[in-house]
Design a protein around this ligand. Structure first.
Ligand SMILES: Nc1ncnc2c1ncn2[C@@H]1O[C@H](COP(=O)(O)OP(=O)(O)OP(=O)(O)O)[C@@H](O)[C@H]1O
Ligand SMILES: [Mg+2]
Length: 336
């Protein structure tokens, strides 16, 4: 059962300059993202800093207005709504409840003036889910669910470590029983020692509550561990999508191969892949190169690559790569 899909989703940020703040250009943070996520599924999103991962997450939850494309929300009765359009209030509220987001930095994302209790109960009250007498018990239950004591409800965020604050943020996000949580680098601001505890907690909750995750990270190991499917982004575009195992065993796009080659302990010999080195920085999203966005750094660059943007070619069932090397079926397999 589908929960959410996007079609050609795009987000450009205007660059303003001069006394009259005229628009002089755009940061093309997200060029075109088409994806879908179903019940219970975790999709990992990977790619270098600045490739548009957070922009995708934030556009889906409507922190940002999309510049183009559509976001389709599928409710639990199978109805479809284009949430980029104006919506009836009840649908908007249902969407807000169904799709939650956890941010990278739990030091910014929790209001320092609110108690833990108020932080967690805010969405429950906003959606009118419980009576006043029931809320306190429920907050206590949620705190236990995320591995904290119910008594912590009276304290303030500054009394807790980063890992504990992220647990509070998780308790808040699951309080309304969402169907999908977008986790934007939920552990990268935390000490290495607590990162795996938060990952384990997210995994346990997913299995228990049967939620879906869009899991954003540039830690490939973590994404591999968490995800059913993985989407690789480069300069605002999706360059490859495949099942997690398939992507790691048979990466098709040269950029994905380069990303994998950067993983410590990765053994290119074992996977019969060339060890592609990723050199230089990605180009600026203000002035992206024509054709394939990766061509200036790609060791397999052909004439067409600097001229035309490749379509997303099917490499095998449910595995696609936006790379001219995979235009024809007979090229498939070279990488494997
Ligand atoms: N609010 C904004 N205004 C202008 N430009 C923005 C804004 N948010 C992001 N950008 C730009 O859009 C591009 C994509 O940014 P985004 O934060 O989505 O990348 P990311 O993949 O999440 O990177 P990271 O791994 O560092 O978190 C970057 O060039 C960034 O500078
Ligand atoms: Mg980000």
């Amino acid at each position: 059962m589908k929960i959410l899909s996007t079609e050609g989703l795009r987000k450009f940020f205007p660059i303003k300059a001069g006394v009259f703040l005229q628009v002089v250009g755009y940061v093309r943070a997200m060029q075109s993202v088409t994806m879908e996520i179903s019940k219970g599924e975790t999709i990992g999103i990977v790619g270098e800093s600045g490739c548009g991962k957070s922009t995708l997450g934030r556009t889906i939850v409507k922190i940002y207005e999309p510049t183009g494309g559509r976001i389709i929300y599928h409710d639990d009765k199978g109805n479809e709504y284009d949430i980029t359009k104006g919506l009836a209030r009840n649908v908007r509220s249902k969407f807000r409840r169904d799709v939650q987001m956890i941010f990278q930095n739990p030091f910014d994302s929790l209001d320092p003036r609110m108690t833990v209790r108020d932080i967690i109960k805010e969405p429950i009250e906003a959606h009118n889910l419980l009576s006043k007498d029931e809320i306190d018990d429920y907050v206590g239950e949620l705190l236990m669910k995320v591995g904290m004591y119910p008594e912590y409800a009276q304290r303030y965020p500054h009394e807790f470590s980063g890992g504990q604050r992220q647990r509070i943020a998780i308790a808040r996000s699951i309080s309304v029983s969402p169907r999908l949580i977008i986790c934007d680098e939920p552990t990268s601001a935390l000490d290495v020692s607590v990162q795996s505890q938060i990952i384990n907690l997210l995994q346990e909750l997913r299995d228990e509550i049967k939620m879906s995750y869009i899991f954003i990270s540039h830690n490939l190991d973590v994404v591999h561990h968490m995800s059913d499917r993985i989407m690789v982004m480069y300069l605002g575009n999706v360059v490859e999508t495949a099942g997690a195992k398939e992507l790691f065993d048979y990466p098709a796009h040269p950029y994905t191969k380069a990303l994998m080659a950067s993983i410590p302990n990765w053994d290119p010999q074992e996977r019969k892949l060339q060890n592609i080195k990723l050199e230089g920085e990605p180009p600026s999203p203000i002035n992206p190169p024509p054709g394939c966005p990766f061509h200036p750094r790609c060791p397999y660059k052909m004439d067409i690559c600097s001229k035309e943007m490749p379509d997303s070619f099917q490499v095998s069932e449910s595995h696609s790569a936006a790379c001219w090397l995979h235009e024809r079926e007979d090229v498939v397999g070279q990488s494997g």
